[in-house]
Design a binder for this molecule. Structure first.
Ligand SMILES: Cc1cn([C@H]2C[C@H](O)[C@@H](COP(=O)(O)O)O2)c(=O)[nH]c1=O
Length: 235
């Protein structure tokens, strides 16, 4: 189970797609998931609405927002466990580390702070959300991510930046917390993919990550028997 993490506009969806392609080319089966599941889970829907200004002062509570995101994952925990059994590779676009990074950043805490420990106790220990086997940080300079968020919103009016996306200072702090999580090997080992990697380099990175996770025995196979299932894709 590989969780892909990063700032809004970092390019997580592009990496997830490259990982899925790389796995399929090796004949591996892939199950794809993304959080928040705005369309599938009421907690995620409420959090999404709060990020766009609804529900009074809900958004102002860091812990309330984190609980909603955590309950969304708790609701998917059984499916994720089943997917792990049934598929060679389970890909998740945003996971527990997103809750940690954004919540800690909002409170100006670092990765060693109280909030990170609280999220771990809540999601992993209490709600039984399965820990990933590896996490991949798509690491981009804040201004690049912010530009992508603006471009996305200009191209698609339904993607107006939410309260977190439009807060440049929050995104900068969040990038810092992600770096700290990587250096602490928080929750699982991390790989880091750079922003400047073009399509070819990204594909190569995805190939090597998949080879690492799935081993080399299937290398060179054509994806005749492969299957890619996308349950909840939202990017
Ligand atoms: C999945 C998740 C997202 N977030 C944040 C990251 C984004 O800024 C925002 C919405 O996510 P999205 O932009 O990927 O739809 O919510 C959390 O704070 N905790 C979480 O658990």
């Amino acid at each position: 189970m590989v969780a892909v993490e990063g700032l809004d506009g970092a390019g997580k969806a592009t990496l997830v797609a490259a990982l899925a392609d790389a796995a399929a080319r090796r004949g591996a089966s892939v199950s794809m998931h993304a959080f928040p599941r705005y369309d599938a889970d009421v907690h995620a829907a409420l959090a999404g609405e709060a990020l766009h200004g609804a529900h009074g002062d809900l958004r102002s509570s860091v812990h309330a927002m984190a609980v909603l995101f955590a309950l969304d994952r708790a609701g998917a925990a059984a499916d994720l466990r089943a997917a792990r059994e049934a598929y060679d590779l389970v890909l998740v676009d945003r996971y527990v580390a997103s809750n940690v990074a954004y919540g800690a950043a909002r409170q100006e805490q670092d990765a060693g702070g109280e909030f990170v420990a609280w999220v771990h106790a809540l999601e992993i220990e209490r709600l039984g959300v399965p820990a990933p086997d590896v996490q991949v940080l798509v690491r981009v300079p804040g201004e690049v991510a912010a530009r992508r968020v603006r471009e996305r919103a200009a191209a698609d009016p339904s993607r107006t930046p939410d309260g977190y996306e439009s807060d440049a200072a929050l995104q900068a702090r969040c990038a810092q917390v992600y770096d700290e999580l990587v250096s602490r090997t928080w929750l699982a080992p991390w790989s880091v993919v750079g922003a400047d990697e073009g399509h070819v380099a990204l594909t190569r990175t995805a190939e090597s990550l998949v080879a690492e996770r799935l081993g080399t025995e299937r290398s060179g196979d054509i994806a005749s028997g492969s299957s890619v299932r996308s349950d909840t894709i939202e990017t």
